[in-house]
Design a protein around this ligand. Structure first.
Ligand SMILES: Nc1ncnc2c1ncn2[C@@H]1O[C@H](COP(=O)(O)OP(=O)(O)OP(=O)(O)O)[C@@H](O)[C@H]1O
Length: 237
């Protein structure tokens, strides 16, 4: 662990609905070190996804600072933050969000189409990512020809293909049975330990949370508990 590389200082987030203002985060402070694997838990509506979206540059704070990997996200224009996201963040969703008419290879290649990489280099990077998730033999398969667990693996390959600094995962095992969920969690843990990806994961699943190196509990937009889980492997088994 080194310098904090995600810093939230006095972060406020309100949503506006017509003339109503819904305050969700009210003065949140948080520091995450490079290489940490953070799980966010808490009741529905407590602000977990809101926090995840701010850290990933998908949404902006109403007030306060969000600094990720040395970049103050509040200083970036819309175009700059889109580019920043493409280079720095990999996204993993509960429902995989694969494009049904594209093969596994083409789905994983998508984020690389925004870069200036040659076709040959793109192919190399896609095959490396598919290999890391154990699906190099499924490159020509369409999402409907894959199991849920395999679809999530393809989605993870797509998230890592640009070699981002940060992976954000919103309920990554929410749609999977227990065994398949365990395999996906092992993969995330490997990406954290071996590839040193910083991970922020929202989850309702205590088994998933037990895999993380740090567990934050949120309630009503506040951080109410912050636990370093040194014994995460034992806790998960
Ligand atoms: N775009 C939006 N516009 C208005 N209100 C929103 C918006 N997004 C979220 N909210 C509100 O903000 C609050 C926090 O939502 P958030 O999705 O961050 O909670 P959560 O802890 O992730 O919940 P869950 O576990 O159910 O996914 C909720 O009351 C929600 O209704």
């Amino acid at each position: 662990m080194s310098e904090p590389s995600i810093i939230l200082r006095q972060v406020y987030k309100d949503y506006r609905r017509d003339e109503f203002v819904v305050p969700v985060l009210a003065g949140l402070d948080l520091e995450v070190s490079e290489g940490e694997y953070l799980a966010l838990m808490g009741p529905s509506g407590s602000g977990k996804t809101t926090l995840l979206n701010l850290v990933a540059g998908l949404d902006r704070a109403t007030k306060g600072e969000v600094i990720v990997h040395g970049q103050d996200l509040g200083c970036l224009s819309e175009a700059e933050i889109t580019r920043w996201r493409a280079n720095n963040v990999g996204f993993i969703f509960q429902t995989y969000n694969l494009i049904p008419v594209l093969t596994a290879f083409e789905n994983v290649e998508l984020p690389l189409l925004l870069t200036g990489l040659s076709r040959k280099k793109r192919r190399e990077n896609v095959m490396t990512a598919l290999k890391i998730v154990g699906l190099q033999s499924r490159e020509h398969h369409y999402p409907r020809q894959l199991s849920g667990g395999q679809e999530q693996r393809v989605a993870i390959a797509r998230a890592i293909v640009t070699d981002p600094y940060l992976l954000v995962a919103d309920e990554p095992t929410g749609d999977l049975d227990r065994n398949t969920a365990g395999e996906i969690l092992e993969l995330l843990e490997m990406l954290n330990r071996e590839f040193e990806k910083t991970i922020v994961m929202v989850t309702h699943d205590p088994l998933a949370a037990a895999r993380a190196s740090r567990l934050l509990h949120m309630d009503k937009g506040r951080l109410v508990d912050d636990v370093i889980q040194d014994s995460r492997v034992q806790a998960a088994s």
